[in-house]
Design a protein. Structure first.
Ligand SMILES: C[S@@+](CC[C@H](N)C(=O)[O-])C[C@H]1O[C@@H](n2cnc3c(N)ncnc32)[C@H](O)[C@@H]1O
Length: 315
């Protein structure tokens, strides 16, 4: 993995979000998703070890730590991601989670495929919207290697049937509308000194005028965010705007990386769509599929597929 390849995730986690679906989960995952995970944690023996792969800001690892705390049970939780993880920002944004955070050992900037944790160490390996982002075969081999014989791998993964895919496709369309305005290009040119203030102002006004009906028609959060920023920028004179260069550059970068992140999620969803039996890769790595089912969040939102595998007692 190249340095900077996961900047779109590192910067996202630096914003302090706890899950990769902030529009649906203001705090941590709840409902049917949390219930699925709780059932998996119940099976971990006293003094057992849990490993969460592609953890992000630790959503599933924190659910595990919270569960063991509430049950007053001893178990260790380790959480791994290839991106930079930002516990300080997450803790600031979600106060009251100190005990859960203290219950997790985070290992960031560590791709699953080359993770050097010991063999046969973990009772439960977990991953949510995570392991499918890795190179499938080596990641599956790692999961099998890290599990102790009899240990379980539990996954909640993107699925071709998921409603999340439709939302992502819609958001990709919103980014296309944004690109058609030439707004980010214009802001980049202004920041580089290649566009005058008066030309930029015209561009900001034209962008706002075009986004207003698009927002009314779609209520897209992306348009709401951009329009709010445009309104603020349009109240500024040249001196004020130039004094806000750093914020302006951060706004541009946030939108650029947001699109890269969305495309990353779409890439993974497309790969799963093209290879619906992709999860067989875990069987090829020596694990036994126990069961799988669709996750219906709040009884109706198709939010992906859950899988449970076991490492056979004798390989
Ligand atoms: C969609 S996010 C999910 C994060 C978290 N599990 C959640 O449900 O909120 C996918 C995560 O996978 C991580 N990731 C992608 N490729 C990886 C790899 N090869 N090894 C480890 N982590 C990886 C990304 O950095 C990102 O944090």
């Amino acid at each position: 993995m190249q340095p900077g390849q996961l900047d779109h995730w590192s910067e996202y986690w630096a914003s302090g979000q706890l899950t990769s679906l902030p529009a649906d989960f203001a705090g941590n995952y709840d409902g049917e998703i949390a219930a699925f995970w709780e059932t998996q944690f119940q099976g971990v023996p006293e003094g057992g070890k849990v490993l969460d792969l592609c953890t992000g800001n630790g959503a599933i690892a924190l659910l595990a730590a919270g569960y063991f705390l509430a049950q007053q049970r001893e178990a260790s939780v380790t959480a791994v991601d290839a991106a930079k993880i930002s516990l300080e920002s997450m803790a600031r944004r979600h106060p009251g989670r100190e005990a859960e955070i203290a219950g997790v050992t985070f290992i960031d900037q560590s791709p699953v495929e080359t993770l050097a944790l010991p063999d046969a160490e973990y009772d439960l390996v977990t991953s949510q919207y995570g392991i499918e982002y890795c190179d499938w075969a080596p990641a599956a081999a790692q999961a099998a290697r890290l599990l102790r014989p009899g240990g379980r791998l539990a996954l909640v993964c993107h699925a071709a049937s998921s409603d999340i895919v439709a939302t992502m496709a819609q958001e990709a369309g919103d980014y296309e509308v944004l690109a058609s305005l030439g707004l980010l290009k214009g802001l980049r040119r202004f920041l580089a000194g290649n566009l005058s203030f008066s030309r930029l102002r015209k561009l900001l006004q034209a962008s706002r005028d075009r986004l207003t009906p698009a927002y009314r028609a779609t209520r897209a959060p992306l348009f709401a965010y951009v329009m709010k920023t445009l309104e603020g920028l349009l109240t500024m004179n040249e001196t004020q705007l130039r004094a806000r260069r750093i914020e302006l550059a951060a706004f541009v970068r946030q939108l650029e990386l947001g699109e890269v992140r969305l495309n990353d999620m779409l890439r993974v969803n497309r790969a799963i769509h093209e290879t619906p039996e992709w999860y067989r890769v875990f069987e090829a790595a020596g694990l036994r599929l126990l069961d799988s089912h669709e996750i219906l969040f709040r009884g109706k939102h198709r939010s992906g597929h859950a899988y449970r595998f076991e490492r056979p007692d004798s390989d």
